[in-house]
Design a protein around this ligand. Structure first.
Ligand code: ADP
Ligand code: MG
Length: 227
């Protein structure tokens, strides 16, 4: 469970200060699915970075299961991240010289998983996203949708509690978008994840049980009982 209290993030560049997040209060329960929308530059990616412990707030608390991520040492934060949090980005962020299997395995290296188990779990994760036949392929040999599936397998192979996705379908054409959304949806259901996703797709937003809008660093959350 996440509890964010008065989270503010300032970026300073020369004399200019950008208030990317401005006093965010937000609670996200375990197993929740939260969709985040809002205009470009509103603070969506910054909020995901706070939730994922990729960066720290200027002030405020980002409490995950009782631990304030803002106060953790760098090494403890890295550990929380590699054990508990899976990321999927718009730009798949795969390593071009590694096969699908090897890309997925990279997520298990920091956890000290032995080679044989790493291979098995990576193959299993790739099979679960429909890529069991593509283990040995390089990212350049796969379509955008397939590459994003590899990224999803990499995010989930460590069995995280939380999945964060920042515009995961932003680089895909329409047909692939639905396909990737279906994969994410079924992973969320299957694994009981807490799933937080930034998307511009209004069809998805309409169906979201909980929809957050971020504008100029401020958040509003709408519960949609009918979804
Ligand atoms: N590393 C950074 N350095 C300076 N300004 C940044 C940085 N990251 C984001 N910003 C600024 O913070 C604001 C929010 O950005 P962002 O969270 O990326 O918005 P969104 O994802 O909603 O488009 C924007 O004004 C952006 O220019
Ligand atoms: Mg963004």
């Amino acid at each position: 469970m996440y509890e964010l209290r008065n989270v503010t993030k300032l970026y300073t560049r020369g004399k200019d200060t950008v208030r990317a997040l401005d006093g965010i209060d937000l609670t996200i329960a375990d197993g929740d699915r939260l969709v985040i929308q809002g205009p470009t530059g509103g603070g969506k990616s910054t909020l995901l970075q706070m939730l994922g412990g990729l960066d720290r707030p200027t002030s405020g608390e980002v409490v995950l299961d009782g631990t304030d991520l803002a106060k953790l040492s760098e090494s403890k934060l890295t550990r929380v991240r590699s054990e508990n949090i899976g990321f999927v980005f718009q730009s798949f962020n795969l390593i071009p010289t590694l096969t699908a299997q090897e890309n997925v395995e990279t997520a298990l290296v920091p956890l000290g998983v032995k080679t044989k188990e790493r291979r098995e779990r990576a193959a299993e994760a790739l099979t679960s996203v429909g890529l069991g036949e593509r283990l040995g392929h390089l990212p350049g040999e796969m379509s955008g949708g397939q590459q994003q599936r590899v990224a999803i397998a990499r995010a989930l192979v460590k069995q995280p509690k939380v999945l964060l996705a920042d515009e995961p379908t932003g680089n895909l054409d329409e047909g692939m978008r639905d396909e990737i959304m279906d994969v994410l949806e079924s992973m969320w259901k299957e694994h009981g994840l807490t799933f937080i996703m930034v998307t511009h797709d209004s069809a998805i937003a309409k169906k979201a049980p909980r929809l957050a809008t971020i504008r100029k660093g401020k958040i509003t959350v709408k519960e949609n009982a009918g979804a």
